[in-house]
Structure formats: C-alpha cells, structure tokens
Design a protein around this ligand. Sequence first.
Ligand code: AMP
Length: 180
Amino acid sequence: LPYKHDMDGAESQVVYLSLGSNLGDRGEHLRRAVQALRKEIRINAVSRIYETTAVGVVDQPAFLNIAVSGETALPPEELLRFVKGIEHAVGRRPTFRWGPRVVDIDILLYGDRCLETEDLTVPHVEMAGRAFVLVPLAEIAPDVVHPGLGEPVAALAARVAGRESVRAAGPLLDSPEQVR
Ligand code: AMP
C-alpha cells in the first residue's frame, strides 16, 4: 500500500485535488483555499493557474483552475468534509452570513484507492472527461496512473486537451518557495 508515515507516525496518503473559481477575485479565492488546505495537507505541488472559458452556460465568467498534490492523514470522508468546509469559509462574504460559493474543490485521486460512498466517489467521476481538470493535473502529476482506468494522467489529458479552451494564465504563487 502507498501509505507513508509522517513525523507523528500517522499514516498519510498522497492526494490530488482540483480547485476552481469563477466569481469575484478568482486568483485570491484559489490562494486562500490553498492556504487553508495546509492545515491538514502537506502540499507537495501546485500547478500554474489555467483559465477555462465556461462552455454551455453563456453568461458565466471564465474559470480559473489549479491542481494541487499533497499528503494527508485524513481518511477520504474526513478529507471531503474538510474541503467542503474550506469552500464555505472562502466563499463567505463579509456582508453576507453565507455568501455564494466562490471556490469548488474536488478530490481527484486518493492514493490508488477506488471508492464509492453516498457522498464521495474517488477517482472523481468526471475527471477523465474534463480538460480543465486534467491539463493542470498533468502539469504536476503526468505519470500518476488513474487506478480505475489504468492510464497515466498525461495520456488522459492528451485525449481531451483540445475539447475545451484551457490555457495557462501564470503562476498562482509569486515564488516557488511559497509552494511548501
Ligand atoms: P460539487 O458539485 O462539486 O459542489 O459537488 C457536490 C457533491 O459531490 C459534494 O458535496 C460531494 O458529496 C460529492 N462528491 C462525490 N465525489 C466527490 C469527489 N471526488 N470530490 C468532491 N466531491 C465529491
């Protein structure tokens, strides 16, 4: 099993997440979300920001998307609760008690586990068809194999890369040192 042990001896797992925002200061929302993730995830890599034109719904602003990898001791269901809490915390506006959600966080991969509960399906059900997920993920994890499909992320990304307009729009963080 791909478990590692952290400094406290707890078992930790390598996880890959996708973050997106299309409301307000999108880059700031993503930065705040990544900062909040550090409470439970030792971040290993953060992709550049990719901008994706929203397809289908005409009057939606473009999305900014990133992929993040790290190690966590949280079991899958607790990781889901943790990231949903960050979605709410980052989306909360000063004037509203509970503003609209401005950041979406999906769990893409949890080690090499395949699991399905009422609340959580890992690998994420739609990741194999989404360029805005796979293109950022391929930047930080090209050789990681999707445990359900048995294919590396780079191959999956290459297949869908032309489908949506996904373009790199610069780094999330000012310096690479901030990644860790
Ligand atoms: P969303 O549409 O992204 O807000 O997600 C809605 C729901 O999808 C969440 O509340 C989760 O219960 C569920 N879900 C299922 N699988 C996943 C996953 N891999 N990552 C995040 N959410 C998931």
